[in-house]
Design a protein around this ligand. Structure first.
Ligand SMILES: [Zn+2]
Ligand SMILES: [Zn+2]
Length: 276
């Protein structure tokens, strides 16, 4: 059997396993601790499962080569002393450093996606849902994921912390990608959980739900893991203990229908909630 086909089957099997594990974690928790009362078998589920698999394949495949080139170029340009110092750091410190550096790129990549009209056409796919749950995380156009991931992981590679798919030295960015991906499923989830004091340093479902709010708050809370960047750059928004009244894209922000697909709209009524 051709190697490419074996790789394709292995990736599909691993994505299916991850989907199964994520569902085991999030479906019962969302059922027990929901923000909004809604069915697991909701509108748009089939499309969002399609997005999950598509985005498990395409961005990784597209980014492997350019990130490998950036990491190799970094190795040529960075002083040997610096590279030896970086790889001599404890692995946990490398992971924290890569998270902080990568998140800076993710933050600005995400913010640019909202700011530049033709990029918003791609990112709008992620903002169309009028209900939130964990699977909305991967409901995104592949160009959107490629763009933000490229910015974040390029900075990690330039900092000498390796690149996913570059063989040796790929451990740190792979762990950062895994942490970031799991956390991204968590902050999209329909989970009424607070992080207490940790909400100052880590994004929470409520923090990211405000980013999916239908009114003007999508121009806030761009960070995926570290809200400190929103505080530094003036885009932080987290009112009291409130959750957004509705989700989706306000009529004036609708992109044309060329790229974004239609979703389960229109929904006039707010999500069903238990009294706070
Ligand atoms: Zn966004
Ligand atoms: Zn989101």
């Amino acid at each position: 059997m051709p190697t490419a086909l074996i790789h394709l089957i292995q990736t599909a099997a691993s994505l299916t396993l991850w989907l199964f594990l994520l569902a085991i974690i999030f479906v019962p928790l969302e059922w027990l601790f929901s923000v909004n009362r809604q069915s697991t078998l909701r509108a748009g589920l089939a499309a969002d499962l399609g997005f999950y698999f598509m985005n498990g394949f395409i961005p990784t495949f597209v980014l492997a080569f350019p990130l490998g080139v950036i990491a190799a170029t970094g190795r040529q340009l960075l002083p040997d002393g610096y590279q030896l110092w970086v790889i001599g750091l404890p692995i946990w410190l490398q992971i924290i450093a890569a998270l902080i550096i990568g998140e800076f790129g993710f933050y600005w990549g995400h913010r640019i996606m909202h700011r530049v009209p033709w990029l918003w056409k791609f990112h709008a796919t992620h903002h169309q849902p009028v209900r939130m749950d964990w699977l909305i995380n991967t409901r995104a156009h592949p160009i959107d994921i490629i763009f933000t991931r490229m910015l974040g992981l390029s900075l990690v590679a330039i900092a000498g912390l390796g690149s996913p798919g570059s063989g040796s030295g790929s451990l740190v960015p792979v762990i950062v990608l895994l942490i970031g991906t799991f956390w991204a499923f968590f902050i999209h989830s329909n989970l009424k959980v607070g992080l207490g004091w940790f909400e100052h340093v880590l994004s929470s479902p409520r923090f990211h739900h405000w980013h999916h709010s239908r009114d003007d708050h999508p121009n806030h809370n761009f960070a995926s893991v570290l809200p400190v960047y929103d505080r530094i750059f003036g885009t932080h928004y987290l009112p009291g203990k409130q959750w957004p009244p509705s989700y989706g894209i306000a009529a004036e922000n609708e992109p044309d229908a060329l790229i974004a697909t239609r979703y389960d709209r229109p929904v006039a009524e707010p999500p069903a909630r238990d009294p706070a």
